[in-house]
Design a protein around this ligand. Structure first.
Ligand SMILES: NC(=O)c1ccc[n+]([C@@H]2O[C@H](COP(=O)([O-])OP(=O)(O)OC[C@H]3O[C@@H](n4cnc5c(N)ncnc54)[C@H](OP(=O)(O)O)[C@@H]3O)[C@@H](O)[C@H]2O)c1
Length: 278
C-alpha cells in the first residue's frame, strides 16, 4: 500500500501513521512542522523509517498544498490511500494569506485541493481510497453557504468547527459523485472523543466542556482504530461514501446526506481553489 496522511505529527494521526507504516510499501508524511515530523519518523524502527518521505504541507496555505501535491507526484505515480486527518478548532477569527477563514481552509479547503490534485495518482491504484476524519460535531452545523468565510456573520469557533466537520462528510460523498465511476472509494469517520492536542487552544464554553469531558475521553490508540480499519479493510461497494463510528457504518445528519448541500459545497470550493488547480 502507498499511503499519504495529513496531521501525523500528533494525536490520532500519529498513531494511525505508526500503525500503518508496517503494512505500507511507501508513506508520504504530510505536515507543516518539520521538527515534529522528524521526531515521529525517528520513533520508527530503521527498516520502517526508510519507507517514509516527509512532505511539507500547510493546509492553510494553498501554495503549500499545491507544492506538496507536486512533491508527491515527483516521487510516485500512484497512491492507494489518502487519509485527510489534520484539523482542529480555532479560537479566533483569522484570515489566511489566500483570503479564506482559517478553520474553513485548514479543515476543508486545503484537503479539498490536495485530494483533487492527487486524484490522478489515486486513480492509478487498483483500489484507491480517501478517508476523511470528521466528527459527531457535524450534527451541530448551521451553514450559511453565502458566507462560508465568515465575512458577514460573526465568528463562533464551535460553529465554524461543526460546519467544517459537516463539510468533511459532504466532501466524502462528492468524491464518489465525481470519481466513483473511475474506481475511487471514500469514507468519513468519527474517531471518538479523544485525548489529544485537540481543543487545547479553544476558548469560551467549548474549553469548559472539553475540560469536563477529559476524564471520559479515549486515548489516541483507540481514537485511531476506525481510520486504521478503513485503510486496511476491503469494504463492500455498498458502503462506499459512508460515515463510520467505531468501525461501523453510522447514519450522519440529514444535512450530511443532502445532495443539494454537497453540490453547493463542491461548486463553491472548486471556484475558490481554481487558481491553484491548473
Ligand atoms: N480529539 C477528538 O476528540 C476528535 C473528535 C472528533 C474528530 N477529531 C478530528 O481528528 C483529527 C485529528 O485531530 P487530533 O484529535 O489528533 O488533534 P491534534 O492532536 O491537535 O492533531 C491535529 C493535527 O492536525 C495538524 N494540523 C493542524 N492544522 C494544520 C495545518 N494548517 N496544516 C497542516 N497540518 C495541520 C496538526 O499539526 P501540528 O502538529 O503542526 O499542529 C496535527 O498533526 C482532526 O481532524 C479532528 O477534527 C478529533
Amino acid at each position: 500500500m502507498k499511503l499519504a496522511i495529513t496531521g501525523p505529527t500528533s494525536g490520532i494521526g500519529a498513531i494511525t501513521f505508526k500503525e500503518l507504516v508496517p503494512v505500507c510499501q511507501e508513506v508520504f508524511f504530510l505536515a507543516r512542522n518539520a521538527e515534529k515530523a522528524q521526531i515521529e519518523i525517528e520513533k520508527l524502527p530503521e527498516k520502517e523509517r526508510k519507507k517514509v518521505s516527509f512532505i511539507h504541507l500547510d493546509l492553510a496555505d494553498l501554495d503549500s498544498v499545491k507544492k506538496a501535491a507536486a512533491d508527491i507526484q515527483a516521487k510516485t505515480d500512484q497512491i492507494d490511500v489518502l487519509i485527510n486527518n489534520a484539523g482542529g478548532i480555532f479560537p479566533k477569527y483569522e484570515v489566511t494569506k489566500d483570503g479564506f477563514e482559517l478553520s474553513f481552509s485548514a479543515n476543508h479547503l486545503g484537503h479539498f485541493l490536495l485530494t483533487n490534485l492527487l486524484a490522478p495518482l489515486l486513480l492509478q491504484s487498483e483500489n484507491p481510497k480517501v478517508i476523511n476524519v470528521s466528527s459527531e460535531a457535524h450534527r451541530a452545523a448551521k451553514v450559511n453557504f453565502d458566507d462560508l468565510n465568515y465575512k458577514q456573520q460573526s465568528y463562533s469557533s464551535f460553529n465554524a468547527y461543526a460546519n467544517v466537520k459537516l463539510f468533511n462528510i459532504l466532501f466524502t460523498k462528492s468524491l464518489i459523485d465525481h470519481y466513483g465511476s473511475k474506481g475511487l472509494r471514500s469514507y468519513a469517520l468519527h474517531p471518538g472523543v479523544v485525548k489529544t492536542n485537540f481543543g487545547k487552544e479553544a476558548n469560551g464554553i467549548f474549553k469548559l466542556f472539553w475540560k469536563l469531558a477529559t476524564p471520559f475521553m479515549i486515548d489516541a490508540n483507540q481514537g485511531a482504530r476506525t481510520s486504521i480499519y478503513l485503510a486496511k479493510t476491503q469494504m463492500p461497494d455498498s458502503h462506499n461514501g459512508y460515515y463510520f463510528k467505531k468501525s461501523k457504518p453510522n447514519v450522519p445528519s440529514k444535512e450530511a446526506r443532502s445532495k443539494n448541500y454537497r453540490d453547493k459545497l463542491w461548486e463553491a470550493s472548486m471556484e475558490m481553489v481554481k487558481p491553484w488547480m491548473g
